[in-house]
Design a protein around this ligand. Structure first.
Ligand code: CDP
Length: 231
């Protein structure tokens, strides 16, 4: 991307379940012309893969062993990164109830986190990215100056997930994500915190862009306007 010379940048968007980070991260990426990466989708893809192979989330050693032989690739299509596991793209299954139920138990395994972190670094190699997740600013890309923590009240988050028609025990997942030993969900101390409970996605994206400019990311007006109008 011309305006960033050879330096590629990572914008980290972390936060709890149903806080609105996916909508915000996707829209921000489109407006900036960056690649959108949903790290939760990678954890979900791995979880789906193990559910297929009949390995249970609690069988941590079997998961670690078979992860070493599975081929996990990150491919970028239409501005978004997708994970392909052994040549299968599990996109249609990532929000299945059983994936919702098991993903936090699979995500707490150190070997799983190590592999996902590697894939995220692969995705960010040679391109500008917006990556959403739980530990992107705190652990995976701690040196990026562009960190955001997106939150919303528990009531609003529950309502949002229910409105999506999913069976998803977000309170249980939040508890597991915050309390796990490896890379728990935390606010990175240099993250800019935004409460999205009563603001629109557009307002949050505007706040993020303003902040990015304040901390030195050179964003051209043409870039934003063109992308925004193109939607
Ligand atoms: O759907 P929602 O936004 O609630 O979650 P997600 O971003 O799809 O992530 C699903 C699960 O993956 C989370 O509950 C975490 O257990 C795990 N995850 C993680 O551990 N670290 C990340 N960077 C992203 C997701």
């Amino acid at each position: 991307m011309g305006s960033y010379a050879s330096q590629h940048c990572v914008i980290a968007i972390d936060g709890p379940a149903a806080s609105g980070k996916s909508s915000v991260a996707r829209k921000l990426a489109r407006q900036l012309g960056f690649v959108y990466v949903n790290s939760g989708a990678i954890y979900r893809a791995i979880t789906w893969h193990f559910l297929q192979t009949k390995i249970r989330p609690e069988e941590s050693e079997r998961i670690a062993e078979s992860l070493d032989s599975a081929v996990l690739t990150c491919v970028v299509r239409e501005g978004e990164a997708r994970i392909v596991v052994d040549d299968v793209d599990p996109a249609l299954h990532l929000r299945d109830d059983r994936v919702n139920e098991s993903v936090s138990r699979v995500s707490k395994l150190p070997r799983v986190r190590e592999i996902v972190s590697q894939r995220l670094h692969d995705c960010a190699e040679g391109r500008d990215v917006v990556i959403e997740g739980r530990d992107i600013g705190s652990v995976v890309f701690p040196d990026t100056p562009y960190k955001f923590y997106i939150d919303a009240s528990p009531e609003v988050r529950l309502q949002r997930r229910a409105a999506q028609g999913e069976r998803d025990e977000i309170t249980v997942r939040d508890r597991d994500d915050v309390s796990r030993a490896v890379s728990p969900l935390v606010k990175a101390k240099d993250a800019h915190v935004i409460d999205t409970s009563y603001v629109t996605v557009e307002q949050v994206v505007t706040e993020i862009i303003t902040r990015l400019e304040q901390v030195g990311l050179p964003i051209s007006d043409v870039q934003i306007t063109d992308r925004a109008l193109g939607e």
